[in-house]
Write a protein of this length. Sequence first.
Length: 84
Amino acid sequence: MSRRNKILVPEARQGLDQLKAEIANTNSPEEAKYEMAREQGIPFRKGNNGDLTTKEAGKVGGSLGGQMVKELVKRATQQLNQNQ
């Protein structure tokens, strides 16, 4: 599957993938979206998912991305507090 989102620092890809897997409690970032879909009861599977509604598909990626942003903000805040 191709990635449509481009990150500003390509060297950060490995760290972001690791965070994605950590948040979804999986061993690999590729499995993260399937785990998030299972948790939400969305029938997302490998291969063709043309029968999913836009709303269902958005819940999978949006939920995962939102949790990643929250975790990154939390970590940055902790780091700033430690440096003061």
